[in-house]
Design a protein around this ligand. Sequence first.
Ligand SMILES: [Fe+2]
Length: 129
Amino acid sequence: MKIELNHTIIHCKNKVESSTFVAEILGLPAPITFYHFEVVQTTNNASLDFLETDGSFTVQHYAFLVGDEEFDQIFDRVKQRKIPYWADPGKQQLGKINTLFGGRGFYFEEPSGNYLEVLTRPYSYSARS
Ligand SMILES: [Fe+2]
């Protein structure tokens, strides 16, 4: 059985700004223009297709499972750029990271307000009942 997330559309105010930000912060290759999208590909070949809109849109949440080494690099870039980050999705713990499930994680916004998360251990859904 094979069912994998292949791509998703990320609505944003400026597709070049948002896609470049995400690629640079995560350390991924620069975005590729594909039709009216700016596309960032993750290392598991899922595509983040940034689509610019003049209208209002609901910001979404995107979480990235990263290695410990990549986490350190991403965290360094976030701190170097003085990007606000939080340990929690509710933005109560500014400037902190979490250690959920024995890993490390934090949240931050891309320029259009979509809420991003990086984490080194996936959520353990069986731990909560
Ligand atoms: Fe999340």
